[in-house]
Design a protein around this ligand. Structure first.
Ligand SMILES: [Zn+2]
Length: 56
């Protein structure tokens, strides 16, 4: 799996980075949103992420 083959999960453009467990492009806004989705105020999402980490 290469980053170049993936698309940004926020805006759908070609991905440049794999951050916070999702693919994002070069946009600061997309990186910010990715961070918020994974570790932001949404406690339930953070818990879900923690459970996924536990399985692997
Ligand atoms: Zn993007």
């Amino acid at each position: 799996m290469r980053v170049e083959d993936e698309t940004c999960e926020i805006c759908g453009k070609p991905a440049k980075h794999f951050l916070f467990a999702c693919f994002v492009c070069d946009s600061e806004e997309c990186i910010q949103k990715a961070r918020e989705q994974r570790g932001g105020p949404g406690g339930h999402q953070k818990k879900k992420w923690a459970e996924q980490m536990g399985k692997t």
